[in-house]
Each structure stands twice: as C-alpha cells, then as structure tokens.
Design a protein around this ligand. Structure first.
Ligand code: GTP
Ligand code: MG
Ligand code: ZN
Length: 313
C-alpha cells in the first residue's frame, strides 16, 4: 500500500491513503537503517506501509523524492531540515509592508537553488500598498523568478493563484505574519487553518502556524503551509548565491584564494574600500565553513552506514 505523508508530529505521521487519513509510525527496520532526521518521512513524502490495526499503520519505506526544499536546521547540530518534498512550486511570500526586505528575500532565494521546482515570489497584502510597481521592480533587481503581487481579499488574485497551483504540489514559505495561511484558506474556501486575525492579542509576535501540513485542493493540487521562518540558511553553498563574491575573486592574485589573509585578495580589498558589504562577506564565510562541515559530516555518515551494513550481514 502506498500513501502520502500530510503532516508530521514527532514520531507520528499522518498519511493520506485514498480518502482516509491514518496515523503511522516507522517500522523497526526503518529505524535501524535510517538515523538522519532528513531520512525520516517528511510532509509530501510518498511511503509504502502496511496496516497494523484498523486505524494505525507502519511505514516501511519512503519513495524516492523528486524534489526537496530544505535549510540548515537551527534546532540541532547542523543537520539539514527539510521543509517539504515532492513539490512542484515554491511560493516565497513577502508582504508589501513592514516585512518587505530584499536581504530577507535573498536569504529565501538561497534555499531555493537548483531547478527541482519552480519558484514564484508572492508579494502579499497588496491592498495595503500604494506603490506596488516600485516594489516589484526592486524585486526584479534581485531575481529572475516570476513575481506576483496579491491580496488575500481580492477574489481575482485568489483565482489567479488557484490557477497557478492547478493540480501541482506547492509550498508556501516566508516570515511569520505575511499571510501564508490566510492565502491558503482563501484557496480552499474555508477558515481551515488558524490565522493571526482570529487569534487573541496575547499571541502577538508568536508564530500562528506551528506545524507543516499538506492540504488537498479540489483541483487535485495541494498546498503545504509552513510556520514562519526566522532564520534561513541554505544547507549547501551554491556558488550562484554569491555571484558578487565569485566575480570579485577573479581579481584575486591566487587561484585558490580563501579571501581571508592572502595578499592581492580582491575580496578583502573590496571589504576595506566598502564596495563589499561586511555582512554579505560574513554570510559568505559562514556558508563556506558550513559547507566544509557538512561535507565532512556526510563522509562520516557514509562510513558509519557502511559499518552498520557490514555488521548487519
Ligand atoms: N491587509 C491584508 N492583511 C492580510 C492579508 N493576508 C493576511 N493578512 C493578515 O495578516 C495577518 C497574518 O496572517 P497569517 O495568514 O496568519 O500569516 P502567516 O504567514 O500564516 O503567519 P505564520 O503562521 O505565523 O507564519 C492576519 O491578521 C491576516 O488577516 C492581505 O492580503 N491583506
Ligand atoms: Mg500561518
Ligand atoms: Zn581573495
């Protein structure tokens, strides 16, 4: 039997199978061969399972993922935290008021590298903005992805979004309060998800959505709601995310310049004369360190796995 994971609660998984929703756990064998968090079922995963009761199942295996949206995990030792899998479109949501911030947008863009899925920038709360074109052109300066301004209160905007989603699997990411859940409620046509407007005052400043969840639409498509992301950092360093530094490094004296202590370093020079933003440089250094760390961790993981498999035989 095969189903799709629509929500994850610690060690429990809610799996959609035909029109049923069944709680499941992973099998003992599954636990034995997997130990990275990212190897465990995620929202969007297709899994094979067997039933262990009328309304309880055991997940045996995860089907190969067609796409993965992830970031570096902030909660644990640097592990990859998966936000959603098997998605066709990632909607990066940013509101056209206080939340609008190009640096933030760049951060979100940095976790959506590659061509596993389409990326669309949703500029939300357009009803609060009187200068939309100006914001759109600012965003155009940062990305080539499609940009859409949208108000949750404008029916034609919602229809447009519904059309884009179609029968695809999509995920909404962005800071807290930009209106992700509100948009999704409009798409499904009911107040299914909790949004800030129906919450008490004391919840101000807190994230309204706390769990990732996949919701099926009438169109056959699905939308995954996510809690607002505060810190984003990408798991892998994509050179393309640091095009500016890449370009500068061509002027460095040494080919293998690490842009730290070498003489004739163009990156250092640009830092000193102020043409390169210090924060940007620190971001780059951090990404490089993290990448190195992840590479050695991955090697270690493979070694341990090999050992385990040899022992298991
Ligand atoms: N003016 C206006 N307000 C909106 C719009 N969309 C959402 N809001 C309001 O913005 C607030 C936050 O909306 P949510 O949908 O809870 O935001 P969220 O992105 O899901 O937030 P988290 O779940 O915390 O990540 C609510 O008070 C909504 O009513 C919009 O298009 N225009
Ligand atoms: Mg929400
Ligand atoms: Zn250099």
């Amino acid at each position: 039997m095969e189903g799709q994971v629509i929500a994850v609660y610690r060690e429990r998984y809610l799996v959609e199978y035909e029109s049923d929703k069944i709680f499941m756990e992973v099998s003992g064998r599954f636990q034995y061969i997997n130990y990275l968090k990212s190897d465990y079922p995620q929202v969007g995963d297709f899994v094979s399972f067997h039933l262990a009761g009328v309304d309880f199942g055991i997940i045996e295996q995860i089907k190969e993922r067609t796409s993965v949206l992830s970031r570096q995990d902030v909660g644990t030792v640097m592990e990859q935290q998966i936000l959603a899998v098997n998605i066709d479109i990632v909607f990066i949501c940013m509101s056209l008021n206080e939340d609008f911030n190009l640096r933030k947008l760049r951060n979100f863009l940095s976790i959506t590298y590659g061509d596993q899925y389409q990326v669309i920038i949703l500029l939300t709360k357009s009803d609060l903005c009187f200068d939309i074109e100006n914001y759109i052109s600012q965003v155009q300066g940062v990305t080539d992805h499609e940009i859409l301004s949208i108000s949750a209160f404008e029916e034609s905007d919602i229809n447009r979004l519904r059309q884009i989603v179609g029968n695809k699997t999509t995920v909404f990411i962005g800071s807290s309060g930009v209106g992700k859940s509100t948009l999704i409620n409009e798409l499904i046509g009911e107040q299914y998800l909790e949004t800030k407007s129906i919450r008490l005052k004391d919840a101000q400043g807190r994230h309204t959505t706390v769990n990732r969840e996949l919701i099926r639409l009438e169109s056959g498509g699905s939308v995954i709601d996510t809690p607002g992301i505060r810190i984003v950092s990408s798991y892998f360093v994509d050179e393309q995310n640091f095009e500016d530094i890449q370009a500068l490094s061509e002027g460095c004296m040494f080919n293998d310049c690490t842009h730290t202590v070498e003489p004739g370093c163009m990156v250092q020079k640009s830092l000193i004369d102020g043409t390169l933003d210090e924060e940007r440089y620190n971001q780059y250094r951090k990404a490089v360190r993290l990448n190195r760390f992840n590479q050695s961790r991955e090697k270690q993981r493979l070694r341990m796995l090999e050992k385990k498999l040899r022992k298991g035989r």
